[in-house]
Design a binder for this molecule. Structure first.
Ligand code: FAD
Length: 509
């Protein structure tokens, strides 16, 4: 028989490393973390583009159980966040559990043995439970542009930056105006000969109050940890108070919209350019971006904004949908990621022999953002509808780790070879509630299309509530939402109390 572990965690970003820490804290050491790359860090390993930094303050964008009194800036840069995650792996003794260069190629549920059979680029193994932390933004998305293959210059995606290619003195085109692009543009503008930015839709951009954290602050945070906790609490509380404007009262965002317009007016004196940069949808509908140097960079004489998407490439000439042409030596795609069509879903085969991608073909949905019907003992970190428009994803990850820990506790309590299968009725009920709340949100009513929405226009990515509410809803596993599967002949087993509770739930749904 091949190697077997109790828990296989996939991915070594914030989600996977956080899961590993939590497993150890729960006294579970029989687990492995499978990571396809050759180092840990996830997002913060892959995104090394110039200017890359978090857009949630560092004291909130970090684990509560691994505070860092030494963040250098209020919004620290990628090298510091990556180094932080490397330190987490060392400090919590995770290295012996991590297998780098182990890309998960498939995982198949074995309904007889009640385990997952996992194939990786480094060999096969089986696991009782899979915790999939492959990341919502880890598969770069490149648009299919006619003629791109014939472009004679350099082409790369923001998440696969080619540091060997020197942009100095080059004519560079940046495609896209999302969170990455607005960090890249001001960072490279001083060096390039000409910069052309292709913008399909303008983002709303608010100033970013980034500054160095002083030595005195750092000293205070080291010596008096409650000051660090208070800072984190304040950053969290402010963002919690903003949530109802996004989820229930989008009209209240009008004031923020005025501030964002003032931000444009401050840096952009050319009325034509200002008009091109002013969105026509409600602020918050797409992620609100933070930058204090994006607009000033666009005002530079050698930077051109093309207010139209890239339509075609003819040799070294880039042609926009509105016919504008620009010649370039290099194209940087800041075009985002496969979010609502995660490639990992093609690699998971559940109890009925269907892939998760097939199961989710009409839209992703998971019970409490974690488990899917037909995929026993499989859960995802940052699953469907766990994304945030305005706060730190680490808060959501830590909530999901609570859920994971309780899930494993419940399996222990049940004893023997056992699995939990999310009841379709429970998943359906959860999803209907989430989608009903979504109807009033700015993401659905704000008049934009965004990467929050899937191909059918459904919002399967964002959580329509506060992080505090999500924390409460994921504190423990509600066993009425699960069916218990036992290995004896692959039979299913329900306790009378649980079956009654489930029936009541189904009737209510
Ligand atoms: C540029 C950028 C800036 C961001 N800034 C913020 C911010 O300021 N605040 C915020 O809250 N969020 C931010 N995010 C979102 C960010 O993705 C999350 O906060 C968080 O880092 C996600 O962690 P994760 O572990 O779930 O995913 P990731 O960090 O993406 O890690 C997933 C890991 O899984 C691995 N993997 C994937 N598939 C496989 C496979 N088949 N086999 C093995 N390994 C696999 C990947 O290699 C990767 O290491 C940002 C995202 C990007 C791209």
């Amino acid at each position: 028989m091949g190697e077997h572990v109790r828990v296989a965690v996939i991915g070594a970003g914030f989600g996977g490393l956080g899961a590993a820490v939590r497993l150890r804290r729960e006294g579970i050491t029989d687990f492995t973390v499978l990571e396809r790359a050759d180092s840990v860090g996830g997002t913060w390993r892959d995104n090394s583009y110039p200017g890359c930094a978090c857009d949630v303050p560092s004291h909130l964008y970090s684990f509560s159980f691994a505070p860092n009194p030494d963040w250098p800036r209020t919004f620290s840069g990628q090298p510091h966040i990556r180094a932080y995650l490397e330190r987490v792996a060392d400090t919590f003794g995770l290295r012996p559990h991590i297998r780098l260069r182990h890309e998960v190629q498939s995982m198949r549920w074995d309904a007889e043995r009640l385990h997952w059979a996992i194939e990786t680029s480094g060999g096969a193994l089986t696991a009782d439970v899979v915790v999939s932390a492959t990341g919502p933004l880890s598969e770069p998305k490149l648009p299919e542009v006619p003629g791109l293959a014939g472009f004679p210059g350099k082409v790369f995606h923001s998440a696969r930056w080619d540091h060997d290619y020197d942009l100095r003195g080059k004519r560079v085109a940046v495609v896209g105006t999302g969170a990455s692009a607005i960090q890249i543009v001001p960072a490279i503008a001083p060096d390039v000969q000409r910069l052309t930015l292709f913008q399909r839709t303008p983002p709303w951009v608010m100033p970013r109050t980034d500054r160095a954290i002083t030595a005195a602050e750092r000293w205070l945070h080291r010596q008096l940890p409650f000051t660090r906790a208070a800072r984190r609490g304040l950053l969290w509380g402010i963002r919690e108070l903003q949530v109802s404007a996004f989820t229930r009262h989008p009209n209240r965002l009008g004031l923020i919209e005025s501030l964002a317009k003032a931000n444009i007016a401050r840096s952009i004196k050319d009325p034509e350019l200002a008009a091109k940069l002013t969105p026509s949808y409600r602020i918050g509908c797409k992620r609100i971006l933070l930058s204090s140097d994006y607009y000033p960079a666009l005002a530079r004489p050698h930077v051109d904004l093309v207010a139209s998407g890239l339509e075609e490439v003819r040799g070294s000439v880039l042609v926009a949908a509105d016919g504008t042409e620009a010649e370039a030596d290099a194209i940087v795609f800041g075009t985002g990621f496969h979010v609502t069509d995660m490639p990992i879903a093609d690699r998971v085969v559940g109890a009925e022999g269907r892939t998760l991608a097939d199961h989710w073909k009409d839209g992703m949905q998971a019970l409490r953002g974690a488990t899917a019907a037909g995929f026993p003992n499989w859960m995802t970190i940052i699953g469907p509808n766990t994304g945030l428009g305005n706060s730190s994803m680490i808060l959501m990850i830590e909530s999901q780790l609570n859920y994971m820990a309780d899930y494993l506790r419940q399996l222990d309590v049940l004893g023997g070879r056992v699995a939990l299968a999310a009841r379709p009725s429970a998943v359906g009920r959860w999803n209907r509630q989430v989608q009903a709340r979504m109807e009033r949100t700015v993401w659905n009513t704000g008049g934009c299309t965004s990467w929050y929405l899937d191909a059918q226009g459904r919002n399967t990515t964002v959580w329509p509530g506060t992080t505090g509410e999500f924390r409460r809803l994921t504190q423990t596993v509600d066993m009425a939402e699960y069916e218990v599967l036992r290995a004896r002949g692959g039979t299913r087993e329900d306790t009378p109390a649980r079956a009654a509770a489930a029936a009541a739930g189904e009737a209510a749904a």
